[in-house]
Design a protein around this ligand. Structure first.
Ligand SMILES: *[C@@H]1O[C@H](CO)[C@@H](O)[C@H](O)[C@H]1NC(C)=O
Ligand SMILES: *[C@@H]1O[C@H](CO)[C@@H](O)[C@H](O)[C@H]1NC(C)=O
Ligand SMILES: *[C@@H]1O[C@H](CO)[C@@H](O)[C@H](O)[C@H]1NC(C)=O
Ligand SMILES: *[C@@H]1O[C@H](CO)[C@@H](O)[C@H](O)[C@H]1NC(C)=O
Ligand SMILES: *[C@@H]1O[C@H](CO)[C@@H](O)[C@H](O)[C@H]1NC(C)=O
Ligand SMILES: *[C@@H]1O[C@H](CO)[C@@H](O)[C@H](O)[C@H]1NC(C)=O
Ligand SMILES: *[C@@H]1O[C@H](CO)[C@@H](O)[C@H](O)[C@H]1NC(C)=O
Ligand SMILES: *[C@@H]1O[C@H](CO)[C@@H](O)[C@H](O)[C@H]1NC(C)=O
Length: 465
């Protein structure tokens, strides 16, 4: 492994220095090899729950923790630049080089994490890339060609998914190399789908929290070099998310801005699908929030997605990002249904006559108490530091909006989907998005969203559209 790491660093520096060494010139047919763990290059042979007893419990901790939460502070005193004339104001370090920027003064790039914050963030990203590698391969291995054809996906689409799985092996390798020898390994997973449609739906949810999880921390990283390479992989993940939406018959993108989330949100959504990890796999420091179950999340496989049987959520299970059930057998299924606004076969774009959700929709909620074992080996414990839930926070686009929560019972309640706009007619609440129960309607913006974490009672994934 250390040899592999050295190679990676060598590879990175040559490519970044735009060295003329091309694969043709070096006589190689392939690039730098990807890291392969015990599951091999494809999906693991076993998928299912963890049945053992964990040997360790809880999130990774430092020897000391300094305060219960981060205190809000005034703006950074140096954050004052304003250029009303639009011409350079400082001496230029060189011709055509405006003053400023980070990593622009000629220092040699170092493509390694530079702090615990960086390490834990990229380690989370590595867990994410590993599940995607296994997940994309698992669907291809589990379902027959006939089942894919029935879901409207032919051989070209299947080879595109195979290509996406291969991208993940590269992303996992890149991230692992920026961490060093303690990089998390590939784990064993427990998936919530039984059909191609459910798998595609799960994929568009997993890639959503993978993508949003990275947008949330990328601009907070200490290492600009790591942020640089990470952005090149996450822009690929963003394309995957859109493609899985298209394959699910959803609108490919119904927002003007993709939302970013704190790491603990992504980890909360990812952990329930990891059943166990190999011995000594590096553990994460992020929080696992209790799950917020949205009882009437729409079923994306219905012509009228809100018309769910028994007025409940038709998801395949009770885990946080479980997909909609696909066997809609009452003539209300939109797969192969004919008519614009009705059909939801894979397509570049669909207009839905009946939206997935809408402002004013009454949304029924149920949330778990903290203290539940989740994640690899059931060795992480859900936790919250918030008081009684009072608000529902809707995180989408550039915004974090609140609606009041009406509590109806022990861990149950409802709210109404709010209306609001980012710019012009761009409705805030749309797409696959995060929802949280909070004890306070704290004002936060994209760059300080994680200040909300101490106030989160439970976290869920809402399907809007
Ligand atoms: C160059 O820039 C980096 C930040 O990108 C800074 O840490 C370093 O001190 C600078 N070096 C010099 C010689 O100015
Ligand atoms: C998790 O379970 C696997 C398989 O039983 C075991 O090898 C590993 O040591 C366990 N890790 C923890 C942290 O319990
Ligand atoms: C896990 O760590 C322990 C303690 O450092 C060590 O004794 C053991 O060999 C390690 N196991 C593996 C599979 O690396
Ligand atoms: C759905 O169920 C909730 C209680 O779980 C009830 O309050 C509500 O009126 C029901 N809505 C419809 C449309 O039946
Ligand atoms: C699709 O929806 C948009 C508004 O979201 C509307 O302007 C357009 O006419 C619709 N197209 C069709 C073919 O229904
Ligand atoms: C949503 O965010 C945009 C951009 O910051 C802002 O202009 C708008 O007022 C926000 N809307 C709500 C309802 O918070
Ligand atoms: C969500 O996006 C779809 C597709 O762009 C659009 O038709 C719908 O009006 C949007 N919903 C809201 C509430 O803005
Ligand atoms: C977050 O940042 C906004 C400015 O963009 C500020 O108004 C708000 O008070 C901040 N929230 C917290 C909790 O610090």
């Amino acid at each position: 492994m250390p040899g592999l790491l050295l190679l990676a660093v060598a590879f990175l520096s040559t490519s970044v220095h735009a060295s003329p060494v091309s694969t043709a010139a070096s006589g190689q047919e392939h690039g730098y090899p990807v890291i392969v763990h015990e599951n091999g290059y494809t999906s693991a042979p076993y998928h299912g729950p963890y049945v053992g007893t964990p040997t360790t419990i809880g999130a990774a901790k430092a020897p000391t923790t300094l305060a219960a939460e981060i205190e809000p502070k005034p703006p950074n005193p140096t954050a004052t630049y304003y250029n009303s004339l639009g011409v350079p104001t400082e001496p230029m370090p060189a011709p055509y080089v405006p003053a400023g920027g980070l990593g622009t003064n000629g220092t040699l790039p170092r493509y390694m994490v530079e702090s615990d914050f960086d390490f834990e963030s990229i380690a989370l990203g590595t867990y994410q890339e590993w599940i995607e590698l296994d997940l994309f391969h698992d669907g291809l291995a589990r379902f027959t060609d006939e089942e894919f054809e029935e879901a409207g996906l032919g051989p070209d689409a299947r080879s595109l998914i195979e290509f996406m799985a291969n991208q993940e092996s590269g992303h996992a390798t890149l991230l692992s190399n920026m961490l060093g020898e303690a990089a998390p390994k590939q784990c064993v997973y427990n998936y919530p789908y039984n059909t191609v449609r459910e798998w595609l739906d799960f994929n568009q949810r997993v890639t959503r929290f993978g993508e949003s999880g990275v947008w949330g921390f990328i601009s907070h990283l200490d290492s600009r070099e790591v942020a640089n390479l990470l952005s090149l992989s996450i822009s690929t993940e963003a394309r995957q998310q859109m493609i899985f939406r298209q394959m699910s018959g959803l609108s490919p993108m119904n927002v003007w801005f993709e939302n970013g989330w704190p790491q603990s949100w992504a980890w909360t959504m990812l952990a329930p699908y990891i059943s166990y990890c190999p011995e000594n796999t590096t553990r994460l420091a992020w929080q696992n929030f209790p799950t917020l179950n949205i009882l009437n999340n729409p079923n994306i496989n219905r012509i009228n997605p809100s018309d769910t049987a028994d007025n409940g959520s038709e998801s395949t299970g009770r885990r946080i990002t479980d997909p909609s059930v696909s066997d809609v057998d009452d003539g209300q299924g939109c797969l192969h249904a004919s008519g614009t606004g009705i059909n939801c076969d894979p397509a570049i774009a669909h207009n839905r006559s009946e939206p997935l959700s809408f402002p004013g929709k009454q949304v029924f909620l149920e949330w778990e108490a903290p203290g539940k074992p989740v994640g690899p080996n059931n060795s992480y414990i859900t936790a919250t530091t918030a008081g009684e839930p009072k608000f529902v926070a809707w995180s989408s686009q550039l915004n974090l909006t609140y609606s009041p929560l009406t509590v109806t019972g022990d861990h149950t309640g409802y709210t109404f989907q709010p209306e609001g706009f980012v710019y012009e007619d761009d409705g805030i609440i749309n797409g696959t998005m995060a929802m949280a129960l909070t004890d306070l309607d704290l004002f936060v913006t994209p760059f300080n969203l994680s200040m909300l974490n101490p106030h989160i009672v439970a976290l869920g994934l809402y399907m809007a559209g």
